[in-house]
Design a protein around this ligand. Sequence first.
Ligand SMILES: NC(=O)c1ccc[n+]([C@@H]2O[C@H](COP(=O)([O-])OP(=O)(O)OC[C@H]3O[C@@H](n4cnc5c(N)ncnc54)[C@H](OP(=O)(O)O)[C@@H]3O)[C@@H](O)[C@H]2O)c1
Length: 312
Amino acid sequence: MKAIRIHAFGGPDALSYEEVPTPTIRDNEVLVRNKAAGINPIDWKTCSGGGAASFIGKLPFIPGWEFAGVVELVGAAVDGFKVGDEVFGFIRFPEAAGCYAEHLAAPANQIAHKPAQMSFSEGAGLGLAGLTAWQALFDKGQLSAGQQVLVLAAAGGVGHLAVQLAKAAGAQVTGSASAANHEYLHSLGCDAVIDYQTQDVGQALQDIDLVIDGMGGEVGINALQCLKPGGRLVTLPSVTLDAVVRAAEAAGVQASGIRVEPNGAQLAELAKRYAEGNLKLTLAAEVPLAEARSAHKQSAGGHVRGKLILTV
Ligand SMILES: NC(=O)c1ccc[n+]([C@@H]2O[C@H](COP(=O)([O-])OP(=O)(O)OC[C@H]3O[C@@H](n4cnc5c(N)ncnc54)[C@H](OP(=O)(O)O)[C@@H]3O)[C@@H](O)[C@H]2O)c1
C-alpha cells in the first residue's frame, strides 16, 4: 500500500510518499480501507521531533491519528462492526497510529459508525478535534448550562467544534479570531466575538466561567484575567502547559492541561449530533495524500479555518 512516512525528524520535506507493508490486525481490531485522514498541529509537531515524538518508538513513522474509511477485515474478538461498514476514528494516541495510509489497523473500541450523510472527509476531521473539544468542555471543564465560555482560536479545528458543543450545552459563548472569521464564528453560534489582533482579550472580557485555550503561552496566560472567581481555564498546547498553570496559581485561578484520549462512545455521541444536524464540520481544504507536505505547511501557518483533510 501507499503511505506517507518520515525516516528522520524534520519539517514538511521529511514527509515521503512511498510503498509500505499493509498492516495486520489483532483480535480486537479492524482493518480499514482508508478514505481520508485528518491533519492536526500535533502531526507536524511530532514529525519535527516535538509533540508526541517521544511515544512513537523507532522510525520510520507513518503520521496521522484520525481517519474515515471502510472496514475490510474484522478481528475475532470484535463486536459491533462488520466488513463493509463505514467508520471513523481517533486511534492509539499518543502512540503511532498510521492514518496517513491506504490501510490502517484500528482498535474497535476507538472507532464509531460514520453516519451515511457524513462524508469521509468530514468523518476524518471529527475524531481528534471533536474529542478534544468534548473532553475539554465536559470532562475537564465541567461545563454546565448558563455558563460563560470563552474559546480562544475559535475558528480552528478544535475551536469550531467547541463553540458548537458549548452552545448546545446551553452556554453563552464568546470566540476569539481575526476579523475575517467573525461572521463565520457567529454562524457557528457564537454569541459574541473578539478580535485578538485589535483587542486585548484579557482586558476586554470578564466573568468567564470556562476558557478553552487553543493558543497557550502568553495568549492563554493573558486570558486568565477573564475568569471569574472559581472559573477555570483548560489549555490545549502541551508545550506551554507548565507556564500557564504557574501563572494561574500566581493569579489564584484554576488552569489545567489535557491529553485527548481515544473514546469510541464519545465518538458515537459526536456522530449522533452530526446526524441530527446539530454539529457541523468545516473543511478548510481536501488535499491528496501524496501532497501531505503542502498540507503540513498550511497547518503550521496557524490560520486554518476548521479542518484540513488528506484524501486517500
Ligand atoms: N492537548 C491536547 O490533547 C490537544 C488536542 C488537540 C489540539 N491541541 C493543540 O491545541 C491547539 C489548537 O489546535 P487546533 O487543531 O484547533 O489548531 P488550528 O486548527 O491550527 O487553529 C487554527 C486557528 O487558530 C486561530 N488563531 C491563530 N492565532 C490566534 C490567536 N492569537 N488568537 C486566537 N486565535 C488564533 C486562527 O484563527 P485566525 O485565522 O482568525 O487567526 C485559526 O482559525 C494546537 O496547539 C494543538 O496542538 C492539543
